[in-house]
Design a protein around this ligand. Structure first.
Ligand code: FAD
Length: 288
């Protein structure tokens, strides 16, 4: 099924993100993780690209095939283009179509200062335009409630987002954020700019202090005082921090649902326990 179809009933779409294993011998663990996540009946599970992918049998597409064929759950493969050639993308299209995978989250990828980008694709919008001409896949794109870190302003980033949607992105998934007000401001500006495709809010339950620091330094999300107080009070008590991080995410999700968000995309970090706790608390929200 194409992801855009999921939004037609008007319910809040609820989805998960996972990453492929980074080490050999992790396939059994992954199967267990997927079984537990699929049991929560998300609308789809997306699989990241680039962080793992080198383990035999566990590439992004391999994991997506397991999600679809074994756990009968819809899936999106993430595909980055900054280090890809046209020929590599042609091969990816053929591979995805032969597996019956229908959805791609088309991304530029982060630029590594030590690896000069290849020249074929400059932006995610170029990847979407290229693949759309050569396939019947459905395309999603990334968006940034507080602006992409390379953008001079949120308005400039939204103007570029419009190019991505015009190229064929039918659905957007947001970068993680901790301040719902920032998401609402972004959503209002995107709608005012003529972006009418569904926008899912990316929620990352923060369950350990190192993870929070790493995430914030790479994606630039701002931290509301309430969140900062939680971290500083519980950073040396892992169980309390985990519970507080889950509760904070639940609070965000309830507020987003009440404010008519199109969907919630949960960055599960491959931890079913966290997804289970959130689904238990938000069951009537995510199923309504
Ligand atoms: P783009 O849409 O190309 O935007 C990048 C920058 O260029 C922005 O500043 C934008 O304003 C500007 N821009 C865009 N189009 C144009 C244009 N036509 N002209 C001029 N400027 C333009 N990374 C991974 O490596 N693997 C993953 O699996 C992965 N998954 C992600 C999932 C989500 C939901 C999100 C939000 C991010 C993910 N990322 C992933 C990170 C992503 O690759 C980086 O944030 C990257 O720096 C930008 O990717 P993009 O697709 O948003 O790029």
């Amino acid at each position: 099924m194409k992801i855009k179809e999921l939004f037609k009933g008007g319910k809040t779409v609820f989805s998960f993100e996972i990453f492929p294993p980074k080490k050999d011998g992790m396939l059994d663990n992954l199967q267990e993780t997927l079984e537990q996540l699929a049991a929560l009946k998300p609308d789809f599970i997306s699989v990241t690209h680039g962080a793992g992918g080198s383990v035999p049998g566990c590439s992004t597409a391999d994991v997506a095939s397991i999600i679809k064929d074994k756990f009968h759950t819809e899936t999106i493969v993430h595909l980055t283009c900054v280090n890809s050639t046209f020929a590599e993308v042609d091969a990816a299209i053929e591979d995805l179509q032969s597996r019956g995978i229908e959805n791609v989250l088309a991304l530029r990828g982060d630029i590594n200062p030590d690896i000069p980008p290849k020249k074929d694709f400059a932006h995610a919008s170029d990847l979407i335009a290229y693949m759309k001409e050569r396939s019947s896949l459905g395309f999603s794109g990334a968006c940034y409630p507080e602006g992409h870190t390379e953008s001079e302003s949120l308005d400039a980033d939204i103007a570029n987002l419009k190019i991505k949607v015009n190229a064929g992105a039918e659905h957007l998934i947001s970068q993680l954020f901790f301040d719902n007000a920032a998401f609402y401001e972004f959503r209002d500006k995107a709608r005012a700019a003529g972006i009418s495709v569904p926008i899912e809010a990316g929620i990352m339950p923060c369950v350990n202090a190192n993870q929070i620091r790493r995430m914030v330094s790479t994606c630039g999300a701002s931290l509301p005082q309430k969140f900062v107080r939680i971290i500083s009070r519980y950073e040396n008590n892992p169980d309390a921090l985990r519970d507080a991080g889950i509760a904070y995410a639940i609070d965000q999700i309830i507020d987003l649902a009440a404010n008519g968000v199109d969907g919630i995309h949960l960055y599960t970090m491959n931890k079913p326990y966290i997804a289970q706790k959130i689904c238990e608390s938000c069951y009537n929200i995510v199923k309504s």
